[in-house]
Every structure is written in structure tokens, then in C-alpha cells.
Write a protein that binds this ligand. Structure first.
Ligand code: DAH
Length: 354
């Protein structure tokens, strides 16, 4: 029996050392420790042996069993490691490309161009520059004060819901830091402009705005706005109507009538929704204007006396016009695009069309 055990150990140790794959090791495992494996079945003869013999052979069997088990485990690790090494040392199989071959590969020349909205904005800026409006920059990250408070939208005012935005976490600045946020509209330029300049003022502000928005085909969380601020003596809604018609005609290139309808914006009084005669059906009523014949294109109004005061301008002497539009929406109309999200998609199939 002792010899049998010895032979068994020798035979399998040799086989284990020769095995070079995990599959082969699995086979050896089954031959030894499987249901009818040689180690599993070995003790079956113990009951027929004399007790003295069992006393000697049983511990020897256990020792052999353990040694084979650990030899198997050790070999398994060695085979695994050899496999990893082989992968690491394998050449990548890249073809040697000489510079001559490279020269023969034709390179596509791609010319960039301005983003469709940027193109559109250039036209808007150009049109109003002709009327003497100059550009003004307001920060994208702004304080609650300029984006809301000074525009007659105090804390807790329900109108804030319309302009919900993303706030900058400033807890590290202490308990009551001034609130910073991503500006929700270019109207954040209004009071800054008044603080900086004396009337007559003709300025325009263009740029990115941000909202905590339910994104869909007509709403984006990041979008462009354009704002006009015109402050002088004796301005009225008639000037506002003129500016609106001037804008539509400059952008759509023909006689687009504008009409004003009352609309609430806290920083203007009266406030107006500015409609343009539908450019698709010319007022007859179609799918795009919902049968109304008009499209609401801009928001505007006479600057609220409180806002003028907040900017240090006397509302008894001066009046002001504030006028805002979303270039993205306008570009959608002009190019008949049905999804605002395409503009920020970075999809060249779309962008290359402009
Ligand atoms: N800031 C407004 C918005 O984001 C748009 C707007 C409305 C601008 C009326 C104006 C205005 O200047 O007078 O919805």
C-alpha cells in the first residue's frame, strides 16, 4: 500500500509539472480528487486492512493528499503567471509603416466654419450696431443680486420659478456668502450697465445663459440670449415696436410685422411679449404658429422704475427699453430646425449643413 501511495504521488507530481495549461490541470484534478479519482477512492480499501497497517497508512495517505493538493495549486499559479507573461511579451502586430507609405495616404482637408448660432448672432449684432448699439459683456457666473434682486425679483418671489438655475456651492466661504449662480438670462447686464454708464445708453449683451431646465426639443439647459438696453429721455413703447420690427426685418429679410401683447416680467412695466407675423404662413395660420398667424419671438418692456433706481438712474427723467431674444429659437425658425438640442450636439452631420 505504501508503495502504491508513493507511486501515485510520483506519477502525478511528474504530470503536474509537465502540464502547461489550466485545462490540463483541471483534468488532473478530476483524476485525483473527482468522484472516482485515485485519491478519493484510495481509502476505500482501508476497512479490509489490518488495524496496525491502517494506523500507518492513513496518516501517510493524508500527507500525500495534502501534498498533491498544494502541488496542484502551486502549478495552477505558475501556469496562470506564464500566460500573463506571454500576453505581455507578445508583439502588438503593428505593421511597419514607412514614411513613404504615409505620404501616399490622401489626407482629407476639412475646413472649419462658424457655428450656425454664432453666424446668426453676428448678423444680429451687425444689424443693431447700425443703430448705434455697442456690445457689453456681463459675467456668466453672477451674483443673485444682479441676476434677480436688482431686477425686482426678490428672494422667495414666485417669478423665480421661471428662472430656476444652478447655484455655486460656496459653503466653504462661511455661513452667509453672497450667492453665486449661473446666470439665467442676459438681463443680468441691465443694472451693471446702468451703474457703469450715464444715459443716453444704447448697449447690447449677447451670450450663454443656463437654467435648471426640463430639456426637450424647445428647451436647453445651456443656451444663448441677446439683450438690448436703451435708456434715454422720452422713450416709449412706440420705440420698442420700431426696434422689434427692425430686428425681424433685418433677420428674416422682408416685411415681418411685429405686435406687442401684455406679458409679465418683473423688471419691466409695461412688459410685452413680442410677436412676429408667422414667417411660414404670413399670418394665415399654420402648424408652426398653431393656427394663430403670429409667433412669439421676444420679450421686452419699459424698464421698471425700481430697476432704474437700483441702477442709480432717475426714473422721473429717463425711461428705458429692455428687449431680449433667444437666438437659438430664431435660428430654428429661420432654418426650419425642429430640435434645439441639435445646436449643442457637436454632430457634424448637422453642423456641416451651415
Ligand atoms: N430675461 C427674459 C427671459 O429670460 C427675457 C426678457 C424679457 C428680456 C423681457 C428683456 C425683457 O429685456 O424686457 O425670459
Amino acid at each position: 500500500m505504501r508503495e502504491d501511495l508513493n507511486n501515485l504521488q510520483k506519477k502525478y507530481t511528474a504530470e503536474l509539472n509537465e502540464a502547461t495549461s489550466l485545462k490540463k490541470l483541471d483534468e488532473l484534478f478530476l483524476k485525483l480528487f473527482g468522484k472516482s479519482g485515485e485519491i478519493t477512492t484510495f481509502p476505500k480499501s482501508f476497512p479490509s486492512l489490518p488495524k496496525d497497517e491502517v494506523k500507518v497508512i492513513a496518516p501517510l495517505f493524508n500527507k500525500t493528499k495534502q501534498e498533491l493538493e498544494s502541488a496542484l495549486e502551486k502549478r495552477r499559479e505558475e501556469v496562470k503567471l506564464a500566460g500573463f507573461k506571454k500576453i505581455l511579451e507578445e508583439p502588438l502586430g503593428l505593421k511597419d509603416v514607412s514614411s513613404k507609405t504615409l505620404d501616399k495616404i490622401p489626407s482629407k482637408k476639412r475646413e472649419g466654419h462658424m457655428h450656425p448660432i454664432t453666424q446668426f448672432e453676428e448678423e444680429i449684432v451687425h444689424a443693431f450696431a447700425k443703430l448705434g448699439f455697442q456690445q457689453f459683456e456681463a459675467p456668466h457666473i453672477d451674483s443673485d443680486t444682479y441676476n434677480f434682486e436688482k431686477l425686482n425679483i426678490p428672494q422667495e418671489h414666485p417669478a423665480r420659478d421661471l428662472w430656476d438655475t444652478l447655484y455655486i456651492d460656496q459653503t466653504y466661504l462661511g455661513p452667509n456668502p453672497s450667492k453665486l449662480l449661473l446666470r439665467t438670462h442676459t438681463s443680468n447686464s441691465q443694472v451693471r450697465i446702468m451703474e457703469k454708464f450715464q444715459p443716453p445708453i444704447r448697449l447690447m449683451n449677447l451670450g450663454r445663459c443656463f437654467r435648471y431646465e426640463n430639456v426637450d426639443a424647445r428647451h436647453e439647459h445651456t443656451f444663448e440670449q441677446f439683450e438690448l438696453i436703451y435708456i434715454d429721455k422720452g422713450l416709449s413703447m412706440a420705440n420698442l415696436l420700431y426696434l422689434s420690427e427692425y430686428f425681424f426685418q433685418a433677420i428674416f429679410g422682408y416685411d415681418v410685422k411685429a405686435r406687442l401683447k401684455p406679458k409679465y416680467y418683473p423688471f419691466v412695466e409695461p412688459g410685452a411679449g413680442v410677436d412676429g407675423l408667422c414667417i411660414f404662413c404670413k399670418g394665415k395660420g399654420c402648424k408652426i404658429c398653431g393656427g394663430v398667424g403670429w409667433l412669439e419671438l421676444a420679450g421686452a418692456g419699459m424698464i421698471h422704475p425700481t430697476v432704474l433706481k437700483n441702477g442709480g438712474i432717475d426714473p422721473d427723467i429717463y425711461s428705458g427699453i429692455a428687449w431680449g431674444v433667444g437666438p437659438g429659437r430664431m435660428a430654428m425658425l429661420r432654418h426650419e430646425i425642429n430640435d434645439l438640442r441639435l445646436f449643442n450636439s457637436g454632430d457634424l452631420r448637422f453642423l456641416n449643413k451651415f
